[in-house]
Design a binder for this molecule. Structure first.
Ligand code: BGC
Length: 445
C-alpha cells in the first residue's frame, strides 16, 4: 500500500544547533565560568562540556553521517578576545579549523556571534548596560569577519535577546549584570539592538552576499482559558514586550516599550532573515509569578523533563505565521525538547516538522530547520539535568550514543521529509492523528 510522505524542497537545510559555551568546555574567560560556581542546579559544572574545543570533528562526523547539511554553532567572544583589543590567534585558528571541517563534510555553517556569554573584561566594563558595548561588539565582529568571514555564509548576530534580558535582568538565573531590573534590562535590550545593527553593517560591508539575521525565541504566550480581564491585558503587554518589540524594532528601526519610543540608527531593515527558536507555549497571569511565565500547564498537556515546557507543535506554525508580515526568509534556528529517556523526541520531531511542512506547502518561506541539539550539552543554569541531544552524552566518560530520535532524524534528513512509515516505526501513537488513512482504526479526522 502507498505510504504517505511530506517532502520538503530540495534546497531545504537540514541542520542541528549548538552554542560555544555549552559544548566547547573550559571557557574560563567567560562570565558563565564564574557564575557556574554556586548558581547551577545540583552544583553542576560545565567542565570539558562536549570537548569540542579539542575535538568537535568527531561529532561533526556523526552529523554528516546522519545526513545533515547544515549546523548552527556560536563563537565564544571570551576566547577570541580574552583581553580588550587582544585577539587570540590560536583561538581564531581553531575556529577556522572547525568551520573548515564543517565545509569538508558538506555541512553549511550558520554562526552566532553572541550566545548568552560574555568575556569577563566586558562584564567589568558594564557590558550591555553601557552603550560602549556597541563599539566593543563592532570591533569583535570586524575581527571575526576579517579572519573567518570567508567560511561563514550565514550569520546570527545575537541569540534570543529577550530570553537573555529576562533570565539575566529579571530572573536572576543568568550571570548577574551590574544593574538588575526591568529598566536596566530594557536599556540593555536597546544596546543589543544597536549591537545587532552595527554587526549587520560590518558583515554586509565585507561580505555583501552573506545572509545575516538574528535568532528570536518566539514562545506562544497566552492567558489561561478563563483568566481575568487584567490577566489577558497583561498577557498582551508581555507578548508585545517579549515577542513583538524586537521583531518590530529590527524591521522599522524603532524600539517601542511602555517607557517610550526610540529610533536606533542603522537598525531599520538590518536583516536578511529571521531565525525562529521555538520550544513551547507559556501561560501568563497578573499578578505575575516570580518566574514571570507560569510553569504550570493544563492537565492534558504533555510536559518535558524538569517541567521545561509543554509539547505544543501547533505553536511553531503560529510562530511562523506571526512573522510572515516582515516578508523575510525564515529559518527555524532552534527547536527541541529536553528528554533524557527519548520518550517524547521522536514524536516531537515528526509533529513539529509536520507544522513546518504545512507552512512550506503554503509557500511560506521557511528555508531550513536546525534541531536543538546535536548532542546533550551544558544547559546553562540547569546544567546537565536537561538533555536535548539527538546524541546522548555521558559528560563524565564522554561516551556517545545515537538516540532513537537521532536515528529517526537521520532518516528524515536522507528522505528530505517525513513519512507514515517513520511514524509507524518511531511514534506509532501518532498514526491515528497524522496518517488516519493508514492507521488500523481508520480514524478520519
Ligand atoms: C538557547 C539554548 C538552550 C536551549 C534549550 C535556547 O533558549 O538558545 O542555548 O540550550 O534554548 O533551553
Amino acid at each position: 500500500m502507498a505510504k504517505a510522505q511530506m517532502l520538503f524542497p530540495a534546497d531545504f537545510r537540514w541542520g542541528t544547533a549548538t552554542a560555544a559555551y555549552q559544548v566547547e568546555g573550559h571557557n574560563t574567560n567567560s562570565d558563565w565560568w564564574l557564575w557556574e560556581q554556586g548558581h547551577i542546579l545540583q552544583n553542576q559544572r560545565s567542565g570539558i562540556a562536549c570537548n569540542w574545543w579539542a575535538n568537535a570533528e568527531s561529532d561533526l562526523d556523526a552529523a554528516a553521517d546522519m545526513g545533515t547539511n547544515a549546523h548552527r554553532l556560536s563563537l565564544e567572544w571570551s576566547r577570541i578576545e580574552p583581553e580588550p583589543s587582544v585577539f587570540d590567534d590560536h583561538a581564531l585558528d581553531r575556529y577556522r579549523q572547525i568551520l573548515q571541517a564543517m565545509h569538508n563534510r558538506g555541512i553549511e555553517p550558520m554562526v552566532t556571534l553572541h550566545h548568552f556569554s560574555n568575556p569577563l573584561w566586558l562584564v567589568e566594563k558594564g557590558d550591555f548596560n553601557r552603550q560602549i558595548v556597541v563599539e566593543y561588539f563592532q570591533r569583535y565582529v570586524s575581527k571575526v569577519a576579517d579572519v573567518l568571514g570567508d567560511l561563514i555564509p550565514k550569520w546570527i548576530t545575537i541569540n534570543e535577546p529577550m530570553v537573555y534580558i529576562f533570565a539575566r535582568y529579571l530572573g536572576g538565573v543568568f550571570p548577574a549584570p551590574q544593574q538588575m531590573g526591568l529598566r536596566a534590562g530594557l536599556e540593555a535590550a536597546k544596546h543589543m539592538l544597536m549591537c545587532h545593527a552595527a554587526a549587520y553593517e560590518v558583515i554586509k560591508t565585507k561580505y555583501p552576499e552573506a545572509e545575516v539575521g538574528y535568532a528570536k525565541n518566539i514562545p506562544i504566550l497566552e492567558a489561561k482559558p478563563g483568566s481575568s480581564f487584567v490577566s489577558k491585558w497583561w498577557t498582551r503587554r508581555m507578548d508585545s514586550l517579549f515577542n513583538g518589540m524586537w521583531l518590530d524594532a529590527v524591521a522599522d528601526g524603532r524600539m517601542r516599550t511602555f517607557l517610550g519610543s526610540t529610533k536606533i540608527k542603522g537598525l531599520a531593515g538590518s536583516y536578511d532573515f529571521i531565525g525562529i527558536n521555538y520550544y513551547t507555549r507559556f501561560y501568563l497571569r497578573f499578578p505575575p509569578p516570580k518566574t514571570f511565565f507560569e510553569t504550570e500547564w493544563t492537565p492534558e498537556a504533555v510536559v518535558s523533563d524538569g517541567n521545561y515546557g509543554e509539547v505544543y507543535p501547533a505553536g511553531l506554525y503560529r510562530a511562523i505565521q506571526r512573522v510572515l508580515k516582515y516578508n523575510k526568509p525564515l529559518y527555524i534556528t532552534e527547536n527541541g525538547v529536553p528528554d533524557a529517556a527519548d520518550r517524547l523526541r521522536p514524536s516531537f520531531l515528526l509533529t513539529h516538522l509536520r507544522e513546518i511542512w504545512r507552512a512550506v506547502s503554503f509557500c511560506y518561506p521557511v528555508m531550513g530547520y536546525y534541531h536543538w541539539s546535536l548532542i546533550d550539552n551544558f544547559e546553562w543554569d540547569r546544567g546537565w539535568t536537561q538533555r536535548f541531544g539527538l546524541i546522548e552524552l555521558d559528560p563524565a566518560t564522554q561516551a556517545r550514543h545515537l538516540r532513537r530520535s537521532g536515528e529517526l532524524y537521520s532518516k528524515i534528513c536522507y528522505r528530505r521529509g517525513i513519512s507514515s512509515d517513520m511514524a509507524e516505526q518511531y511514534a506509532p501513537e501518532l498514526m491515528a492523528t497524522m496518517f488516519p488513512g493508514e492507521s488500523p482504526q481508520k480514524v478520519i479526522g
